[in-house]
Every structure is written in structure tokens, then in C-alpha cells.
Design a protein around this ligand. Structure first.
Ligand SMILES: Cc1cc2nc3c(=O)[nH]c(=O)nc-3n(C[C@H](O)[C@H](O)[C@H](O)COP(=O)(O)OP(=O)(O)OC[C@H]3O[C@@H](n4cnc5c(N)ncnc54)[C@H](O)[C@@H]3O)c2cc1C
Length: 383
């Protein structure tokens, strides 16, 4: 996103790239292999205040603009999508809480999230409910004269569940109204089961949450009951899409840089592979996608900073385009590398596995097409 940045954003970009090169790049392959991010790496992010990048200053955050948040995701995503996932979900919960939490909830949780003392996870998906939120089934039954809820059901595919100290869990009351609440990990009646051996995002610590009569105080409900899917979740999901789009931009950049370097060094028939027209085609395609993706991400982040009504569509467009471009680029990057691209010796094999995940999380490609297609066709409808 370099061409459109302020001087301060450029400085932050340099600092993020340096942090990512020092903390993420040397370790990302090992985290992927071990299916776990090292605690010190998350501590490094927390120590720099970056887990609270966009959270308000008065509540311990850095109060950075969304463009700067995008740059951070791009820098981390350049080396590890799974690591960026920690920032994604921490920001999804933090932003939803900053907007819809009570003063007491904001004061109790946001400084801890910003400092990384508590890692949060966004628990929306269930075994029977992914894209179709109408099928949301986690049950909240009022208890103790309305002072608490008894929660029963399951959440699945929850990023950072293995590490999180608190979950923002979405469910329904018996009358069908959607509800969201903060559920601390140590709540009796809540068990976390690790999900392992994923294709990509292997270090992101996914888990399944099993609620078996977990008692959650009514003071932990975020936003008004009935508004969880129309107000609370959309704030988190908007940041989730921004984070994912910019993380995908980082992965795309990684594909271009790794492919350019490899093709320039690998001799084929006495000349570098980059001299072959067909290899140049592959690199040209991903390079052009990178340039376009960079502008779309900047446009989306800036629209969010300016709080313009078009921000929603711009963020959808960025997430849709860049995640798909990342999948194409990762496939072409493996092709450029040949056999070494199929092995752990090159990061592009990991990029290839991670890229596909970016098309599924925060709304699948098809869900984006459904929404964008409707908006774009509607705009040009002749009445
Ligand atoms: C690595 C990883 C991390 C994740 N992290 C989290 C997390 O932290 N929190 C969380 O809550 N969830 C998380 N998820 C879950 C993720 O959000 C869901 O997988 C996603 O929303 C899709 O839901 P689903 O898997 O049930 O697929 P389904 O919704 O069952 O979709 C199956 C297929 O149908 C298509 N489809 C669905 N609806 C439509 C439609 N209306 N029109 C056209 N096609 C459609 C989809 O595009 C897809 O191709 C994660 C998933 C993964 C893989």
C-alpha cells in the first residue's frame, strides 16, 4: 500500500516489516510444523501494543488508523497467515466490545486485550452453522431470575481457541433472538477441544468449544439481546475482513518476492528461469495482481477510516479480490519453484496451503459474490 501513505504510515510500515522479519520470518515454518505459535512471538506483538492496534487510547490501545492496521496485517501476513490470525480475532472481539460493550465491560476487558494479557476468540461458527447464520443454535436460557444464562451447544473452527482466555460467543434465546456474550475460558461447563491437522493455518490453534450448561452472568452479554447478528457481529466481521484482506496482500507479496528471487537465481539451460517467457508470464500475473490488491486494500482501509457508507462494499471487494488473487499467486509460485516449491524448504508450499483458507474465513468467496453481485446489480437497476 506504499504509494498512498502518509509519512507516519510509511514509518510504521518500516517498523512492522522489521518486527515481522525479526519475529515471524525465522519461525513461521517451525510453527506450521509444530502446529503452535511460540508464546514469545505473541508477547512481542503485545509488548509493542499491537494487539490493541486500533483500540481506543483511553482503554489501553494504540488508537491507530485502519490504514496502519492494514499495514500491520500485510507485514505479518507476508510471513505467516496463521500468526496474523491471532491479531485478526483479537481485533474482532476488541472492536465489537469497544463499540457495543458496556462501560464496565470495556474497562474490564479492553486494556487486557490491548496488552495481550488476555487473548480473545470470536466464536460464531457452529458444526451446523457457517455461512448461514440463520442456523445459529447455541442456546442461552435465562437463569437466576434473569441475572444469568445457561449456555448449551457447540462452536467449531474457532481460531485461537487453544490459547484464548475469553470467547465472544454468539447464540440464541428460546424466542429466537440472537445474543452474544463474553465467556471466560475457565467457566465451569465450557470445554475446549483442539482441532489439529488442518491443511493451512496449522499454527492458529483452532478449537471446538463444548458448552454443557455453562452459567454466564447477564452482565457479560454484549449489546442488547436480539441485536447480536445485526449490530455486534458485523463490527467484528468488518475488522475480520480488513485483517484477512491485508494478510492475503502480505501472502501475495511473499509469492511475488519469493518467485522473483528464485526465478532470477535458478539456472535453466544456462540462463536464469526468469529469462523464460512462460515463467515471466507467471510472475507478471502475480505482480499485476499485487499492484491491484494493494490499491484495493488501501481504498478499503481508508474508507473505513473515513467512515463513509461505501466502506462495507469496499472491504468486501478487497477481501474478495485479494484472497482469490492470493490463491492464484500461491499456485503459480509453487509452479515457478518446481519441486522445491512442493517442499518445506520453500515458504511457498506453506503459502499454497494457507491461501485457500483466506477464501473461506470471514465469509466465503461465494458469500462475497452473493453480496457484491446483489449490490452492484442493484446499483445499475433501471426502474
Ligand atoms: C482456518 C479457519 C479458521 C476459522 N476461524 C473462525 C473463527 O475464529 N471464528 C468463527 O466463528 N469461525 C471461524 N471459521 C469458520 C469459517 O468462518 C466458516 O468455515 C465459514 O464461514 C464457512 O462456513 P462453513 O465452513 O460452514 O461452510 P458452509 O457455509 O457450509 O459453505 C459450504 C459451501 O457452500 C457455499 N455457500 C454457503 N452459503 C452460500 C450462499 N448463500 N450462496 C452461495 N454459496 C454459498 C460456500 O461458499 C461453500 O462453498 C474458521 C474456518 C477455518 C477453516
Amino acid at each position: 500500500m506504499a504509494p498512498l501513505l502518509t509519512d507516519r504510515q510509511r514509518e510504521r510500515r518500516e517498523a512492522f516489516a522489521a518486527l515481522a522479519a525479526r519475529v515471524v520470518a525465522p519461525a513461521a515454518a517451525a510453527w506450521d510444523r509444530d502446529q503452535r505459535i511460540a508464546d514469545e512471538a505473541i508477547a512481542a506483538l503485545a509488548d509493542a501494543g499491537l494487539l490493541g492496534c486500533v483500540l481506543p487510547r483511553e482503554l489501553g490501545g494504540l488508537g491507530e488508523d485502519v490504514v496502519t492496521f492494514g499495514l500491520l496485517n500485510e507485514a505479518l501476513g507476508r510471513h505467516s497467515s496463521a500468526f496474523t490470525g491471532v491479531l485478526t480475532v483479537q481485533t474482532m472481539v476488541g472492536s465489537a466490545l469497544a463499540k457495543w460493550g458496556t462501560d464496565a465491560q470495556r474497562r474490564a476487558w479492553l486494556p487486557k486485550l490491548a496488552r495481550g494479557e488476555t487473548i480473545a476468540a470470536f466464536a460464531l461458527t457452529e458444526p451446523g452453522c457457517g455461512s448461514d447464520l440463520g442456523a445459529l443454535a447455541l442456546r442461552f436460557v435465562p437463569d437466576r431470575g434473569g441475572d444469568a444464562y445457561v449456555v448449551t451447544g457447540r462452536k467449531k473452527w474457532i481460531t485461537c481457541a487453544q490459547r484464548a482466555g475469553v470467547f465472544l460467543a454468539f447464540g440464541r434465546l428460546d424466542d429466537g433472538r440472537p445474543i452474544a456474550a463474553l465467556v471466560p475460558r475457565d467457566t465451569p461447563g465450557l470445554a475446549v477441544e483442539p482441532i489439529v491437522d488442518l491443511m493451512g493455518f496449522r499454527a492458529a490453534g483452532l478449537g471446538q468449544l463444548v458448552f454443557d450448561g455453562a452459567v454466564v452472568p447477564a452482565t457479560n452479554v454484549v449489546g442488547k439481546p436480539g441485536f447480536a447478528l445485526t449490530h455486534v457481529a458485523p463490527v467484528g466481521l468488518q475488522y475480520g475482513r480488513i485483517s484477512t484482506a491485508c494478510s492475503a496482500l502480505g501472502l501475495l507479496r511473499g509469492c511475488v518476492e519469493e518467485s522473483g528471487a528464485w526465478a532470477s537465481a535458478r539456472p535453466i539451460g544456462g540462463r536464469p528461469a526468469a529469462d523464460l517467457g512462460m515463467v515471466r508470464t507467471l510472475v507478471a500475473r502475480m505482480g499485476a495482481d499485487l499492484a491491484a490488491a494493494s490499491f484495493l486494500c488501501h481504498d478499503a482501509c481508508r474508507a473505513e477510516d473515513e467512515r463513509v457508507p461505501e466502506a462495507f462494499e469496499k472491504v468486501l471487494t478487497a477481501k474478495y479480490f485479494v484472497s482469490r488473487a492470493a490463491v492464484r499467486a500461491a499456485s503459480d509460485a509453487v509452479q515457478v519453484h518446481g519441486a522445491i516449491g512442493c517442499s518445506a524448504e520453500s515458504p511457498v508450499s506453506r503459502f499454497y496451503r494457507d491461501a485457500k483458507i483466506l477464501e473461506i474465513i470471514e465469509g466465503t468467496t461465494q458469500v462475497h459474490e452473493e453480496l457484491l453481485g446483489r449490490m452492484i446489480a442493484g446499483r445499475y437497476a433501471r426502474h
